[in-house]
Design a protein around this ligand. Structure first.
Ligand code: BEZ
Length: 260
């Protein structure tokens, strides 16, 4: 596998090996979301923000014909290595029309900050009338401690973290309104805390998921910044045996494209 790292539309860069090491839990924790989707053999399903394809592969095991899209060249290459039909695409400008029975998305919509309503219109266009959109993303308050510690550490060093911040974590009420405005009936929507045990300490998480912030800091300063963020979070997120738990809050929904 290559070690090519590229910046995607959110300013975030992805390294497939780092993602496999520090982000495997993202797909592992999505089992109940897949149950909400209940993929059926023969259905055509779009996995929006498929990452390295670990979950796309699981959806395909149902016999559904699954296409994955992602904005990261590196992750699309990793997904293709698994045999996934993965394509490089910007979710804010999809060209699919009335062709999918379902669109699925796990832990991806919060990276699409530039035009969240454009994403929803793209998804609505891609679905057949009556097709379902089943997704989970970060909700308002997601990783509040981690995000706050990054912002504080960067401010102390004179960097504008707000400008680099790649994340969009809406409230339930806000996102329901956006779904309805894009032409969906919202069948179910909920928000819930999901404290998430990390596979290592917070530094691996930061190196994998906080690239957009690290990218505006000179390379020689990054390790010190990560150590500073880690130090400030230790009391809140690490236990006495050194296990780290991230303060995730999820927003999960099923929405159906109106048959006009
Ligand atoms: C999330 O899945 O909520 C998430 C993961 C990495 C960075 C930000 C949010």
């Amino acid at each position: 596998m290559t070690t090519l790292v590229v910046a995607d539309v959110a300013g975030q860069s992805w390294d497939a090996r780092d993602y496999a090491k520090n982000g495997r839990f993202v797909a592992d924790l999505a089992e109940s979301l897949v149950e909400w989707l209940a993929p059926q053999a023969g259905e055509r399903i779009l996995d929006l923000g498929c990452g390295d394809g670990a979950l796309t592969e699981k959806l395909s095991a149902s016999g559904a014909r699954v296409v994955g899209i992602d904005a990261s060249v590196e992750l699309v290459a990793a997904a293709r290595e698994r045999g996934v039909d993965a394509r490089l695409a910007d979710a804010q400008a999809l060209t699919f029309a009335n062709e999918f029975d379902a669109v699925f998305s796990n832990a991806a919509l919060h990276w699409m900050k530039r035009d969240p309503d454009g994403v929803l219109l793209s998804v609505a266009r891609a679905l057949k009338p009556g097709g379902r959109f089943v997704a989970e993303m970060g909700a308002a308050g997601n990783i509040a401690a981690i995000r706050g510690a990054i912002h504080d550490a960067m401010a102390r060093r004179g960097y504008d973290a707000a400008q680099a911040d790649p994340w969009f974590f809406p409230t339930l009420a806000d996102y329901r309104r956006r779904l309805q405005a894009a032409g969906f009936d919202v069948v179910a929507i909920e928000s819930f805390p999901r404290p998430t045990l990390l596979p290592g300490d917070i530094s691996g998480w930061l190196r994998t998921f906080a690239q957009a912030f690290l990218a505006i800091v000179p390379e020689g300063e990054r390790a010190a910044l990560i150590a500073e963020v880690q130090g400030s979070l230790h009391e809140r997120l690490a236990n006495t045996v050194g296990q780290w738990t991230a303060d995730y809050v999820r927003l999960r929904f099923v929405a159906v494209k109106k048959a006009r």
